[in-house]
Each structure stands twice: as structure tokens, then as C-alpha cells.
Design a binder for this molecule. Sequence first.
Ligand SMILES: [Zn+2]
Ligand SMILES: [Zn+2]
Ligand SMILES: [Zn+2]
Length: 213
Amino acid sequence: GGIDSLQPLETTIPDAERFRDVQPLQIRCPQCDQEFPFGGIASSNHYMMCYNGLQCKHCNHLFTPLQLTCQLERCIRLHISLYYAGWVQCDDRTCNNSVRRQISVFGKRCLNDGCTGVVHYRYSDKQLYNQLLYFDSLFDCEKNKRQQLKPLYVEGDTDFPRDLLTDSSIKALSEQNRDYLDVGRGVVQKYLGDCGRRYVDMSNIFDFMTPAK
Ligand SMILES: [Zn+2]
Ligand SMILES: [Zn+2]
Ligand SMILES: [Zn+2]
């Protein structure tokens, strides 16, 4: 487990399940300051994708691609720095002082006197990789088109969309926003690693910033 190796991408797992524990992509409208989760071309009370991009439903502001990708990039960097911070936690529940920052070369053994526990990263490489894959999926035109994204809301949520997009409008909007989505995807791909190596060990991709192991 933990920081060890990554399994090859299990493409058969639906996104709703694979991305169960990821953080949403929070977007802020630059005009009215309303904050909302962006979940691709999906129904939302806060935004809609129109034929030429993302529009705030509160003030009708139309996001330029840059206004969206800047926020996406900031969010990615936030997750990377969280990982880079290197917080570790001892797996022995009786171990006090179990959360700390480990930035040196002591390996996986807990440093508390007498504790035989093993420390794991609280924000693991696998979690970060999965988070980036989630962001990637939001800008994946084909996935949008086929409505294979992790849903933003489940029925019963207080914020569950009042108006639901039809299947055909999602298909059309995906095509019309192909270039717009590609710009966002390019940003994520920059961080997801070079050469399309989609399922190599995370420690290879982020070697330059890997904390102690
Ligand atoms: Zn492990
Ligand atoms: Zn707005
Ligand atoms: Zn311990």
C-alpha cells in the first residue's frame, strides 16, 4: 500500500468509484465571486457550459479559457504542495504524536521511542495521481460526451440541480466545447507526466519533489 507502486490504470472501474475520495475542482466567478464546484459539462445550479464556454449562472459572466485554466492550475499546484509537504502518520493507533512532517531519510519506521509502527504519507502519491486523473477527466471531451464523469451531485443533495441537461444537449455541448476543454486538459497533462506514461510509478513522475521514503 501507501507510497509503494501504482497499479496499472484499471479502466473498467467507473469514475464515480475511482474518484470517490478526490476533492472537487472549486471555481470562483471572477465577476460575482460566487464559488462552485466545476464538474465538466454537467447540470449545476451555479454554472452552465454554453456553446462557447463556461458561464456563471449567477451573473451570466462568460469565463475566458484562461479564467478557467488559471484556477485549474492553481488547484493542481495546491494539491502538489500538499503532497510535497510530506506529512506522515504512524499506522499504530496507540502511538501518540502520530502526525508529523517527515522530510529526511529515516525511512518508513516510526521514530517514536518504542513504537514498532510504520509511517505512511497522509497524502500519498497515489492520491495525488488519482486527483490529477480526476481533473483530467473533467476536460476529457469523449468522457463528457458519454457522461462517464463522476457526478457532482447525488439525488438528495441540497444543491442538486433544479434543471437537468438532456443527453443530447450534453453531446452537442461536448462537441462545441472540444477546443475549450482541450485547453484545460493541456494544463493537467503538463503535470500528469511526460510521454503519456499514464500508469508508471508516481515516484518516477514526481521524482524531483519526492519527500523521504
Ligand atoms: Zn505502504
Ligand atoms: Zn458570476
Ligand atoms: Zn508510531
